[in-house]
Design a protein around this ligand. Structure first.
Ligand code: UDX
Length: 437
């Protein structure tokens, strides 16, 4: 390692816990901080509150070798760190589209008074453009000129957080000085040759919002095509495949289905629209309203398809739901399309049972009255219709004959276009999917 900076990571949620463990793995001494003492105690014991492949092992390894530890003390963090990464969340405000950036302000206000020596504070959270400059001004006021701010957005995906952090597609540095750029380059030297864009604060902040807006648009584009396919009796899966061979389009993020959810894309496109509005540029992003609307319509369409299959009403009907996480390889149920569909059907009178390979604990905590099962087979027992709502490999591998013997009627709606329709139809299932005849 080129320079032995000591790093802090402020906020140890999804992003922070991953960043802290990965930076320690790269050889840095890292101190993670959170205001939640329970979270800190659990991390310090090597227990990760989230499901993320490879991360818990990495956490334990670096706790054991002494490079990583955790605290709730801002004074300790300020004394320890040369570079402070700010990784707190920016959730959607209640009843509004805008992002709540108050956790960022709280970090700056808590840290700044303790910062007595030269250091760099680096924002990684997804923020409305303009936040970095406002925080830089606040930091200068509260700490003084020896403390500088930089903005370094993070693009990691849940389920691939370790890989995305250690092998990022690109690095973006929003900086106000060569010194800040040099420190960030030094910190990321162990990652090797990564394409790096060095720019100003607002551009760095916008890169993240634009990337998420593009990804959401790509998904809603193919889901809009699915709507047209349904009307025209065409097959969106084949359409998507044919589009994917065009190198200008590419096949990734072109899977039609129940649409996007999770803790990022939905709230980030809404916050982006809200911020553009404040800047007087709302017209530029009106298409994102449509992206959001197309996305939400998929959930309603899924419910309609399922209702049709059980005879027009869910009353007295049994519905087996496979999947609750917002995507596979994650236990995250924030804004999960799968859970949304399950809850809507229950509200319409259906007897719903949900199974998910890792998200069940979260489902039980958030929705204690929703029926859950500990296996796919139990969830679909006596079902009048089976809904595949999160494309876990376990569901893709299901044997249609085996589960056919426990259901009441062999009806399935593939909400993620993940199953081989021919195999299911050959096993006498009435197979339906979003966007396909
Ligand atoms: C996303 C961005 O990818 C990441 O760069 C950013 O830092 C945070 O937000 P994440 O929320 O982990 O990451 O999930 P992602 O893998 O992007 O999937 C988002 C949603 O889109 C999921 O609900 C997924 O099921 C859905 N999706 C994805 C589709 O419906 N179709 C696709 O083709 C791809």
């Amino acid at each position: 390692m080129a320079v032995a900076y000591r790093l802090t990571v402020l906020g140890t949620g999804y992003l922070g816990a991953t960043h802290a463990a990965c930076m320690a793995e790269l050889g840095f001494e890292v101190l993670g901080l959170d205001v939640d003492p329970e979270k800190i105690a659990s991390l310090q014991r090597g227990e990760l509150p989230i499901h993320e492949p490879g991360l818990e092992e990495m956490l334990r390894r670096n706790l054991a070798n002494g490079r990583l530890r955790f605290t709730t003390s801002y004074q300790e963090a300020a004394e320890f760190g040369d570079v402070h990464f700010v990784c707190v969340g920016t959730p959607q405000k209640k009843g509004e589209f805008a992002a709540d950036v108050s956790y960022l302000d709280a970090v700056v206000e808590s840290l700044a008074p303790h910062l007595r020596r030269e250091c760099l504070v680096v924002g990684k959270s997804t923020v409305p453009v303009g936040t970095a400059q406002r925080l830089a001004d606040k930091l200068a006021l509260l700490a003084g000129p020896h403390v500088e701010l930089a903005w370094n957005p993070e693009f990691l995906r849940e389920g691939f957080a370790v890989r995305d952090t250690l092998k990022p597609d690109r690095l973006v540095f929003g900086v106000a000085s060569e010194r800040a750029e040099k420190i960030l380059r030094d910190v990321y030297t162990p990652l090797g040759d990564v394409p790096t864009v060095v720019t100003d604060f607002p551009t760095a902040e916008l890169v993240k919002s634009a990337a998420n807006a593009f990804l959401a648009t790509k998904i809603s584009f193919i889901n809009a095509m699915a709507e047209v396919c349904e009307a025209a009796h065409a097959d969106v899966k084949q359409l998507s495949l044919a589009l994917s061979f065009d190198e200008r389009i590419g096949g990734r993020f072109l899977n039609p289905g129940l649409g996007f959810g999770g803790g990022c894309l939905p709230k980030d496109i809404r916050a982006f629209m809200a911020r553009a509005g404040e800047l007087g540029a709302d017209q530029a992003l009106t298409f994102l309203r449509e992206v959001d609307a197309i996305n939400m319509r998929r959930r309603a369409r899924m419910v309609d398809l399922a209702r049709d299959l059980v005879g027009g009403s869910f009353h007295t009907r049994t519905v087996g739901v496979l999947g609750a996480a917002f995507k596979p390889n994650s236990d995250d149920i924030r804004d999960s399309p799968a859970l949304d569909v399950a809850l809507t059907i229950r509200q319409e009178g259906g007897a719903v049972t949900v199974y998910d390979p890792v998200a069940l604990n979260n489902v039980r905590k958030a929705h204690p009255t929703l029926d859950t099962a500990d296996s796919a087979l139990t969830a679909v027992r006596n079902a009048d219709v089976v809904l595949l709502l999160t494309e876990w490999q376990e569901f893709v591998d299901l044997d249609p004959e085996a589960i056919g013997t426990v259901v009441n009627t062999r009806n399935i709606v593939d909400g993620r276009n993940a199953l081989d329709s021919e195999i299911w139809r050959a096993a006498n299932w009435n197979y339906r999917a979003l966007g396909r005849p």
